[in-house]
Design a protein around this ligand. Sequence first.
Ligand code: SAH
Ligand code: SF4
Ligand code: F3S
Length: 453
Amino acid sequence: MTKKLYISTYGCQMNVYDSARMADIMAPLGYSLTEKPEGADMAILNTCHIREKASEKTFSELGRLRNMRSKKLDRDDGDMVIAVAGCVAQAEGAEIMKRAPYVNMVFGPQSYHLLPQMVAQASRGAGHILETDFPVDAKFDHLPSEAIDTNLSAFLTVQEGCDKFCAFCVVPYTRGAEFSRPVAHIVAEAKRMIAGGTQEITLLGQNVNAYHGTLESGASATLAELIYRLAELDGLKRLRYTTSHPLEMSEDLLRAHRDVDVLMPYLHLPVQAGSDRILDAMNRRHTAQEYRAIIDKLRDYRPDLALSGDFIVGFPGESDKDFEDTLQLVRDVDYAQAYSFKYSPRPGTPAAGLDGQMIPEDVKSERLAELQRLLNAQQLAYNQSFVGREIKVLLEREGKRDGQLVGRSPYMQSVFVPSPSHRIGRIATVIVQEGNANSLRGELKPGNVADAA
Ligand code: SAH
Ligand code: SF4
Ligand code: F3S
């Protein structure tokens, strides 16, 4: 009999990847995924701890699940196992057990390969299960090898954890020390994905460009070397990687953007702030000028590269002048898109202890609004610059409107086109007609029709 598994995913793409692997692991136990939590036999919240808001969602969502479980029990429809996974589980496992004692199991991002054991324990009524160790043997070795992600565009985690310890960030504590998967394992997984229909792979890591996995020879490979290996795989049309740290943008990686055709011209390279004083206080270990120099080099090698970034406003001690430096950096770089956040003090991180220097909430809000006005204007101008141009779009799925498909441009823009659905999976030439804040609209180039792909 099949059981229903509900997984709700918060946070970054690594959580998206992990959720897919949890589904893979649970499938042989008779669980199939369901879109809605009502009636599920098991519900997993895969949580994010990065900012306070993200973290608090865990508890409100748990409250809702608790109600659904009661209703299920009242209907005599069996129990619902409630599990908390991911970064909040890692950081606040004991707290979750205390605040929400109805939760059956709590496990961190490095422990989900133990799900079969944990589920068996729970069904024996073993009480609360808490798994938040960082096991020495990597979870990746325990993932089912037959599972394949058949999404046209899919994630592949190649590196996990972080040793950078930026002063504001919980990731080094929730994901642990940096770890890179061996090249052979990644190549094998990529081949399975391609055999299952994947055309675009995004290599994932909290610090993906610090990748240093072992080769068959025992030597260690850089991310660029891994990219060259994957680029040779038949059937792989597009390759991307995220997220990178400026300190790790090595020369071979910069050159890969010039030399590797399948490597898409888009890079997410967070800088966080434009003031050297703040960058230093954040422990980012580079200056704004060094970041600009990397961007210049990247643009020399790949003039059409689309750039994306992350910014934090209101880091403790940030003055008006510091903030102005961030705005200036944004003006200089001219981003295709970016993410920006108000600084959120996180328990246990060094910056959370800078009590006297906290920036008032209203100042943070004003700065965020100003930064976002600038970033939004850049993004709109960027998208509008495509009007009249031809771009290649990997048509991924149906859009909201009838007869419409949506896909991605090489530059990561969402592109909407009127097209019959049998073209899903093709890389079509699209003539762009409209550039909007968050997407492009266009038409298939007549005669081209996608069959080129
Ligand atoms: N490893 C990636 C992603 C880290 S989390 C990287 O190094 O870029 C994603 C983004 O969340 C960060 O880039 C940062 O901009 C933001 N962030 C992290 N901690 C934060 C905090 N305490 N408050 C506000 N934003 C934060
Ligand atoms: Fe967090 Fe910094 Fe590591 Fe990114 S590099 S995950 S921001 S500690
Ligand atoms: Fe959030 Fe953990 Fe990712 S804290 S951003 S889910 S690594």
